[in-house]
Ligand binder design. Structure first.
Ligand code: KG4
Ligand code: ZN
Length: 851
């Protein structure tokens, strides 16, 4: 075989404290993966820094080019959530950039294959450490032919797992890193395998991949089948926030009403609490529907609808209540504004339950128990919306597929499921109480495929009025068309020459990625400094019901969305550059926000971007998020020049920065405690206005009297540029409590206006001081709070007074986006300042330090 044409498969796993890498040669005739190398490295919490350098060294050692990689495989866990995401994000970056398939493979299967290959036979158990005294136990049967998995991934207390195994009929051989922690517990359960078999190896991954290939579960040569967007970690647990919420909502306590959604059936005396309901500001979808996990307070409403819709198959309230606390169940509800709600009633009260769905996760499948929508609310995508949410939670709990029963006469529902890829498995005769047959259908998880995460993609105006196709289609089309479509025939050769020319004039083209908080964003800047693409997928919907950004959810959503967002970004850029398609290989560099922010969220972007940059063999550029916010002012005002003073006010930052030159910063002062946006959010939460608080408070404040309540202006006369906002927040909360205790009705508009004014007074006074100290003649803003109209007006008045030029960035440039990261990256590219493959994400990095 000609060496150049030999194709290789690269497999790696970082689910635990070991990095395992396998490199194998693909033999398509025998469906075999011939091992070239298997490397295991201890990497306690260092897999993001070590993974790519190790991969790079391994390929170099074996003189294999990146372009010879035909397929990527990565361990999908279960294991450490961040650990799994590091491998997965790196793999997504590599596979996307190389336009090759990516497949996720169970980390535990790879371990079992190692045991099988070591000659172990019969009953075997893999127990991986799940932290918090829990383990991931899976039983296997090892035979000469291979491994047979006897159960789906699950997580249980170590003691429970050990107890079950002790009672199991046949003695087992046990492996897995949980044995390091719980040796005593598992001693009674069987014989321990050799310690070398306790952690994943490259060898095991290659064996698992080969078995999957032979079973037809993967095809290393089919890029559409192995679309990198759809490889996702297996968690087996919801995030803590979701789990706690589930437990709380499953209890029928009045305090549930605070964050739940209210319907008209709630008692009068509870309505005051209901007023706090998040729905008043909840993000409704385009049809006005609000989705929430089903809570016990609505069990009665569900039972009533059941009576109406299901007749004698209806579930009772107690049956519903019994379902909700169960760990392996997921229930969602849909609410719509009710037409009957009187104008005097709070907004929150005018929402009614219009649909619900529940699923039961058994053996890696979610069985849909119920999907119901009231007739008046049909044809608004509610069943679909509910199913997508049930599926998304079920996926996090380890489900890979979905099954359900539907009435034989319900053709509409069957058509919906068929459209979602479901197939009829058979019928259950006379299943329903009226003796109608049930059709059993099975299919993939009915996720919202728009961008896998179900997030709404937004393309910034700065990227031009390009058409935006739904991401799902474009993601599929992109993969389906690659890699041969463009290479077909002479006509396309001429076309690609023209494309080459068009692209040459735009060089360098730099892709930037931003995942520091709750937006997954990607942008491309061209050599002239204009953004040819700027795409943001906001997760706000997923966090809103928790009253703030939940880090674990943010990380999960980033990994779900990253491929959809980057694919979309390339498509938008292609349209803007007027070329049929922009390929990853057309990029000159890949940049990413590496700090500051939520580490788990940043890690996803950093690993992905590093993987892509490595695959393309182009420079990798790390960008400080705050510097990005400063550069955001250039998006709409490219000729803005330092020296200037920037006020950065967001959910995470409150600071005044002296920009002496691009790349040269001095932080003149920042907050000692809460950030401004955080204060808005906390005050809004205390007032029951939902999340995020900034926009609601500013709207409410417009109707109130800013002088009504004299809230403290902390640090106003401190003589320096430091801020403090926690005292103000506490003062507002105390005020609200005192008024409530005194039985007075709070004028929320006045509270909002007075709070906002206290913030503004300090902001403006410190900005004035910074401008005077620096003598800068330019002032600009950055961060989400810069969208506050009253603050903008106050800054405008200040700048007018001082004769300073004010730049107010457009909203899309204020909030997190990747366009601002791309602009910084272009400067770094020109200065040849690059990061290495060992770069990592950091929660805190000071922008004052020279780059
Ligand atoms: O910059 P950003 O999108 O995210 C980061 O925190 O990095 O800022 C979000 C913050 C939230 O705290 C939100 O409440 C606040 O910006 N915000 C506002 C307004 N719009 C958004 N604060 C005050 N007034 C607004 N109109
Ligand atoms: Zn930000």
């Amino acid at each position: 075989m000609n060496e150049q044409n030999t194709s290789y498969l690269l497999a790696f796993d970082t689910a635990n404290e070991v990095i395992a890498i396998g490199l194998g040669m693909l033999d398509a005739d025998d469906l075999a993966i011939v091992e070239v190398a298997s490397v295991e490295v201890e990497a306690h919490r260092a897999s993001n820094t070590q993974l790519l350098p190790r991969i790079d060294a391994l390929l170099a050692e074996h003189r294999i080019g990146r372009d010879q990689l035909a397929c990527i495989v990565c361990g999908r866990g279960p294991g450490s959530f961040t650990g799994v995401r590091i491998a997965m994000a790196t793999a997504k970056g590599i596979a996307s950039a190389l336009e090759v398939p990516l497949y996720g493979i169970s980390t535990l299967d790879a371990l079992a294959w190692n045991m099988q290959d070591a000659g172990l036979r019969g009953s075997a158990v893999v127990v991986a450490d799940a932290m918090r005294k829990e383990v991931y136990p899976v039983r296997f049967e090892l035979t000469d032919a291979g491994i047979e998995r006897l159960e789906a991934d699950n997580v249980v207390k170590a003691e429970v797992a050990a107890g079950r195994l002790t009672n199991a009929p046949s003695a087992s051989v046990i492996a897995g890193d949980a044995l390091k922690k719980y040796a005593e517990l598992f001693e009674a359960c069987g014989r321990f395998a050799d310690e070398a078999l306790w952690t994943p190896t490259g060898h095991g991954l290659l064996l698992a991949a080969q078995a999957a290939w032979r079973k037809g579960a993967i095809d290393p040569f089919d890029a559409a089948f192995g679309n990198p967007a759809f490889a996702l970690p297996v968690y087996t647990r919801l995030s803590d926030a979701e789990e706690n919420e589930r437990i709380r909502l499953s209890k029928n306590e009045p305090k549930n009403l605070r964050t739940g959604v209210q319907d008209a059936g709630i008692r009068r005396d509870q309505r005051a609490t209901a007023h706090d309901s998040a729905i008043a500001n909840a993000q409704a979808d385009e049809n006005g529907i609000v989705y929430r996990p089903l809570d016990a307070a609505h069990a009665g409403a569900v039972a009533r609808l059941e009576q109406e819709l299901m007749g004698s198959d209806a579930w009772s309230e107690s049956l519903v209540l019994d379902e909700l606390p169960r760990k392996d169940r997921v229930w969602w509800a849909a609410f719509a504004p009710s037409k009957g709600g009187s104008a005097s009633e709070s907004h929150a009260l005018s929402h009614q339950l219009v649909g619900y769905a529940g699923g039961w996760i058994v053996d890696g499948q979610v069985q849909i128990l119920k999907v119901a929508t009231v007739p008046e609310a049909r044809r608004r995508g509610i069943a679909r919306g509910l199913l997508a949410r049930v599926a998304s939670d079920a996926r996090d709990l380890g489900a890979k597929g979905c099954s359900l029963e539907v009435r034989a006469s319900n053709e509409g529902a069957q058509a919906l499921y068929a459209a979602l890829g479901f197939e009829v498995l058979g019928t259950r005769p006379k299943y329903y109480s009226d003796r109608e047959d049930a059709v059993i259908m099975e299919g993939p998880l009915p996720l919202n495929h728009h961008d896998v995460a179900g997030m709404e993609l937004m393309v910034h105006e700065s990227a031009g009025a390009c058409r935006v196709e739904p991401a799902a289609e474009s993601a599929f089309a992109a993969s389906a068309a690659s890699p041969s479509a463009l290479a077909n025939g002479a006509a396309s050769a001429a076309a690609s020459a023209a494309v080459g020319e068009a692209l040459a004039s735009s060089q360098p083209l730099i892709l930037a990625i931003e995942t520091s908080c709750d937006e997954t964003a990607a942008a491309i800047v061209d050599g002239s400094g204009s953004l040819v693409s700027d795409v943001v997928a906001s997760q706000i919907d997923f966090h809103a019901r928790f009253g703030g950004v939940v880090p674990e959810i943010a990380s999960r959503k980033h990994i779900e969305a990253i491929c959809g967002v980057t694919d979309e970004c390339l498509d938008v850029a292609a349209a803007r550059l007027e070329v049929p398609r922009l390929r990853w290989r057309d990029l000159s560099a890949v940049a990413v926000t590496y700090a500051p922010g939520l580490v788990g969220a940043l890690v996803v972007g950093v690993a992905f971007a590093k993987g892509a940059a490595w695959a393309l063999d182009v420079p990798f550029i790390g960008v400080n998020h705050l510097e990005g916010h400063i550069y955001a002012n250039k998006i709409a005002t490219p000729d803005i020049t330092p020296p200037l003073v920037v006020s950065l006010v967001s959910g995470g930052h409150t600071m005044l920065v002296h920009v002496k030159a691009w790349g040269e910063y001095e932080t003149m002062g920042s907050t000692l405690d809460d950030a401004v946006g955080e204060a808005f959010d906390k005050v809004a939460k205390a007032m029951g206005l939902g999340y995020p608080g900034g926009p609601v408070i500013s709207k409410l404040a417009a109707q109130g009297d800013p002088a009504a309540i004299d809230f403290p202006r902390a640090m106003l006369h401190s003589g320096d540029l430091r801020f403090s906002l926690s005292g103000l927040k506490t003062a507002v909360i105390t005020y609200l409590h005192n008024e409530e205790a005194a039985g007075r009705v709070v004028n929320k508009a006045d509270v909002a206006a007075s709070f906002q004014q206290a913030v503004i007074d300090v902001q403006v006074s410190k900005a004035e001081m910074a401008l005077k100290l620096t003598g800068a003649k330019e002032f600009c803003l950055g961060g989400g709070v810069a969208a506050n109209p009253a603050l903008r007006a106050a800054y405008a008045a200040l700048c007018e007074k001082l004769g300073v030029c004010l730049t107010l960035p457009p909203m899309s440039a204020c909030t997190d986006n990747a366009g601002m990261i791309a602009l910084v990256a272009l400067d770094r590219f020109r200065a040849k300042k690059f990061f290495g493959l060992d770069a990592d994400a950091h929660a805190h990095v000071n922008i004052d330090e020279p780059y």
